[in-house]
Design a protein around this ligand. Structure first.
Ligand code: FES
Length: 143
């Protein structure tokens, strides 16, 4: 896959980034689209989402939108981990708290350790991992 094909595939998938607390479809950022009903810009409901590796710096947690769901990408030790940020209790979006090395749910104060395992509160199941593969400087995330 060439670099241009990777970029094109990425754009087609409609991956998004979370910027300033709001999830923004990346296609909208790149095309300048502010939303609307243009079906050409609609994200496919399924299939892998392509994220340029350059948008996920080594050792940093980056949140992307995968088909309307927040997913954290963590790149470290040559690999990428993709983890759902939907709380397994009732589906609120959890956030990583660096100081405590845990994910915290704002709805009922559920907490998960650094591996996404529940450690406090109502959640009983771990934050699910998604399949992530790096090919040609692109992360392919499958829901
Ligand atoms: Fe997360 Fe209830 S929804 S603890």
């Amino acid at each position: 896959m060439s670099r241009n094909e990777s970029r094109r595939d990425f754009l087609k998938q409609g991956a998004g980034l979370v910027l300033a607390g709001a999830t923004v479809p990346l296609w909208n950022l790149l095309s300048g689209c502010q939303g609307g009903q243009d079906s050409r810009n609609a994200s496919p409901a399924s299939g892998p989402v392509m994220v340029p590796l350059a948008l996920v710096p080594e050792g940093r947690r980056t949140v992307v939108d995968v088909h309307g769901k927040p997913v954290e990408l963590l790149r470290q030790d040559g690999g990428v981990t993709a983890r759902s940020l939907r709380c397994t209790h009732q589906g609120c979006k959890v956030a990583w708290r660096e100081a405590d090395q845990e994910y915290v749910c704002p709805c009922h104060d559920g907490r998960f350790d650094h591996e996404g395992q529940p450690v406090y509160g109502m959640p009983r199941r771990a934050l699910p991992l998604l399949h992530a593969v790096v090919r040609d400087d692109v992360i392919e995330v499958s829901a």
